[in-house]
Design a protein around this ligand. Structure first.
Ligand code: FNR
Length: 181
């Protein structure tokens, strides 16, 4: 059977390295998996007053998560934490209370930044949030990538220097999703 993965990119930037990473790694998926980008740029700022009347974009996000076998977060690091746009998406789909879209969905976290520690601190903050949301999150291999020339080839594939490492990650992640199916 086909396993659908919802992919959430923690950057709205047009030429986002994290979006490129999400696109490139999706091409390394085995044939029984599909990686589907999920929009977060049109969500309202989370407001608890809206819980009984969530926006169409929030309902769409929740339905996409509910229909997925797992969730992949590919995030930038902003000021040593996760970007607000990502936290906003997580908050929106976690409510109303008791109707979180996230609970029980197996997850993984990836990230690329121009800084030397490659989103490590953002990922650690995100793992804290995912633990609270009861998302079993792949522990390793951790993927902290520093953006450098050659990370992607001209066609947008993962470059040769990172291919074996990221294919190993893919094998672990797809196994993790099946384990929690
Ligand atoms: C950054 N950047 C950054 N990098 C990092 O390694 N650690 C950090 O804490 C921050 N903080 C930060 C804050 C803000 C507001 C911006 C705009 C940028 C740099 C960041 O790694 C770089 O902009 C990446 O290109 C962001 O990822 P995307 O958008 O390319 O996916």
């Amino acid at each position: 059977s086909q396993h659908k993965i919802a992919v959430i990119v923690g950057s709205l930037r047009q030429d986002s390295f994290n979006r490129k990473l999400a696109t490139g790694i999706a091409r390394m998926a085995p044939p029984d998996f599909s990686f589907n980008p999920v929009r977060i740029d049109d969500l309202p700022l989370y407001n608890q007053d809206d819980d009984a009347n969530q926006a169409a974009s929030v309902k769409r996000l929740k339905a996409e998560i509910a229909g997925s076998a797992g969730v992949l977060f590919v995030t930038a690091e902003y000021n040593r934490s996760i970007p607000g746009v990502l936290k906003n998406a997580i908050d929106n789909a976690s409510r109303p209370y008791g109707q979180s879209a996230w609970a029980g969905k197996p997850a993984a976290v990836l990230g690329v930044s121009i800084g030397a520690i490659g989103t490590a601190l953002a990922q650690q903050h995100l793992r804290n949030v995912l633990a609270y949301l009861d998302m079993p999150t792949l522990g390793g291999p951790e993927v902290f990538i520093q953006a450098k020339d050659g990370l992607f080839d001209d066609a947008g594939n993962i470059g040769p220097g990172s291919q074996a490492f990221l294919q190993g990650w893919m094998d672990k992640f797809t196994g993790w999703v099946k384990l929690h199916a």
